[in-house]
Design a binder for this molecule. Structure first.
Ligand SMILES: Nc1ncnc2c1ncn2[C@@H]1O[C@H](COP(=O)(O)OP(=O)(O)OP(=O)(O)O)[C@@H](O)[C@H]1O
Length: 596
């Protein structure tokens, strides 16, 4: 017997240390004692699952006692049961029964249990059909309890929280402790306090180990600061189902001005990944097919809705990605020559604006529809660096000096290596970084910045196109977002809706360009740059008349006429309709041979 007590003490000590006792039964006389301990522990551990059986047993016991001691109480008991059931049905939400079905269930339990005890008190528990009613009713009412998803989730969470000291020890966060936990639609969340000297970065670095210890699937655990932003607290989020499993349709523009943050798509807690682009440059990276172009579509959908932004774009993949937005893009460069000319013009405008600001004693350019910001989107930046290396000085100038004058550069590329980004300081000037999935872990640092991988920005684990991590001054913890998806139809409709409201570039720019007399490479001699005042119409006619057989591209006509893109498209379609011009191929026009 003494030995049994010793073993029990040993088992308790092991349990206190977080260890499971190993049971070695070597003598028959000790087994019942230890088995009883194990059974008692199982009864306690599975108390939630066994709760209906406990309740049935309690009711039987209570009924038996009351029948013996106070058989005349049955009427009171029936009254109390009725009142309790009504209160639960009406006000159950105040005690956490959020759904109506849950309140009705609780009311049925109260009425059933109370009614049965009242009857058993009056006539005795063995009186028929009370035993049958207790067993049958107990079983029927237990089924919803056993299958209830939230209850099961809660039990699982409680067990994991109870096991946390052991998990923490294993993963190297000994001393941290859980403060609270809640089950939500996607899984569960818990708030933890850290031991002295531990930081959130330490926890982020342990995420794979925590996932393994909790037995979740890979990528199911998220770590973030708590709302109060205390350095010794963190929130752990464990997802059972991925909130980003399905594509999320774009709900329409979230902004009407570049001074507002643009919503790229929801984070996993359904809050929007909003980021400001005014006076900032952006870098979008990720492997082919990871959703970069989708991300650019979201940007275009929003930027085209802003009346205080002029969008220029460089798409050296023959305009494949950005062509659908052509009517909202003031200037689209699809060849290295056009890209070179555009970037050089951008520097001209930047300098003119800087001069204008200095002249007025102003520090920054505040965009308005009359004086819009300029956003230059470069899709597949690596191709620009390859095909137009001499434009590097201009991109460098824009990246370094563009902020104050509201000239923003947004570059998308698969891997922003120093080679892909050109020689200059462009990458280091990018304030907003969006990383879609990368293939290699080291690419995380390439896109998001040195040290980000070890700080927990695991873009290599993003597992569907459109999922991204966003790093910006207002987003300094790794949270997964999923970009909204714009279908081709949505793009076409949005571009059509926004094209008429696109602003033109301001006079300061136009004058600066005039003065700089920028002549695009390979513009035919007939297409002399005219003055930019009110001779646009004549310039268009002259350009079309002198156009070569293959026609003049839109980009050149835009440069020559200085019309806004929507105006040029409108004028060209009028000229085509009236037989004065012809569209030779897509995006190329010349005067009709039979023009009047
Ligand atoms: N936000 C999104 N939600 C759901 N699916 C998306 C999303 N973005 C992209 N996709 C899907 O992934 C495919 C590839 O996306 P996308 O063309 O944007 O990738 P990419 O990174 O630009 O590739 P590439 O570098 O080859 O152009 C799309 O055809 C689309 O079906």
């Amino acid at each position: 017997m003494n030995r049994t007590r010793q073993m029990r003490r040993h088992a308790q000590k092991m349990h206190r240390n977080g260890l499971q006792p190993m049971v070695i039964i070597d003598r028959d006389d000790q087994s019942p004692d230890i088995a009883a301990v194990l059974v008692a522990r199982a009864l306690w551990r599975y108390r939630s699952e066994l709760a209906p059986i406990y309740v049935v047993a309690l009711l039987a016991l209570g009924g038996a006692i009351l029948h013996r001691t106070h058989p005349d109480w049955w009427l009171w008991l029936a009254g109390v049961a009725t009142v309790a059931a009504s209160v639960l049905a009406m006000f159950g939400d105040r005690v956490g029964l959020a759904l109506r079905i849950e309140r009705l269930y609780a009311a049925s339990i109260a009425m059933g249990a109370g009614g049965w005890v009242a009857a058993a008190t009056a006539v005795g528990v063995t009186c028929r059909p009370l035993p049958l009613l207790l067993a049958g009713g107990g079983f029927v009412l237990a089924v919803p309890w056993w299958v209830h998803r939230r209850r099961r989730a809660k039990v699982r969470v409680d067990r994991q929280i109870a096991a946390w000291p052991e998990i923490a020890q294993t993963v190297g966060l000994a001393g941290s402790r859980a403060q609270s936990a809640v089950v939500d639609v996607w899984g569960w969340r818990a708030r933890f306090a850290l031991a002295r000297g531990q930081t959130i970065q330490d926890v982020i670095g342990k995420v794979p180990a925590i996932e393994s210890a909790l037995g979740t699937y890979r990528g199911a655990v998220r770590v973030s600061p708590t709302r109060d932003d205390k350095a010794n607290r963190f929130e752990l989020r464990v997802l059972d189902t991925d909130p980003h499993a399905d594509a999320i349709p774009w709900p329409g523009p979230s902004v009407s001005s570049i001074t507002e943050p643009i919503d790229l798509g929801p984070f996993e807690d359904a809050t929007g990944a909003r980021v400001l682009l005014l006076r900032r440059h952006g870098l979008i990276g990720g492997v082919a097919g990871s959703g970069k172009s989708g991300g650019i579509n979201v940007l275009m959908g929003n930027l085209s809705a802003c009346r205080d932004v002029v969008v220029w774009a460089i798409d050296l993949k023959r305009g494949m990605e950005l062509q659908p937005w052509a009517s909202c893009i003031d200037r689209l460069a699809t060849t290295p020559e056009q890209a070179r000319a555009m970037l050089s013009d951008a520097v001209t405008i930047l300098e003119a604006r800087a001069e204008w600001l200095a002249g007025g004693g102003l520090r920054v350019w505040e965009p308005t529809p009359q004086r819009p910001a300029l956003v230059i989107i470069v899709d597949e930046y690596a191709e620009l660096a390859d095909d137009a290396p001499d434009a590097a000085d201009d991109t460098d100038s824009i990246a370094r000096r563009g902020r104050a004058v509201a000239v923003t550069l947004i570059a998308a590329t698969q891997r922003p290596t120093q080679k892909a980004m050109g020689k200059g300081a462009v990458r280091s000037q990018m304030d907003v970084r969006v990383s879609f999935r990368v293939r290699e872990r080291k690419d995380v640092d390439l896109i998001l910045g040195q040290g980000m991988l070890s700080a927990g920005w695991h873009a290599h684990t993003l597992n569907a196109p459109g999922k991204f991590l966003l790093s910006a001054p207002e987003h300094d913890t790794p949270r997964r977002g999923r970009a909204y998806l714009l279908t081709d139809d949505t793009v076409a409709q949005t571009a059509e809706r926004h094209a008429p409201v696109r602003p033109a570039l301001d006079k300061i720019f136009r004058r600066a360009l005039n003065e700089a007399r920028m002549t695009p490479v390979s513009v035919p001699a007939v297409a002399e740059t005219p003055t930019l005042d009110d001779t646009a119409e004549t310039a268009l006619r002259e350009a079309l008349d002198g156009a070569p057989d293959e026609g003049l591209p839109i980009a050149h006509l835009l440069l020559i006429t200085q019309m806004s893109r929507p105006t040029l498209y409108r004028r060209l379609s009028e000229l085509v309709k009236t037989g004065r011009a012809v569209q030779v191929t897509r995006g190329r026009y010349k005067a009709s041979e039979h023009a009047p």
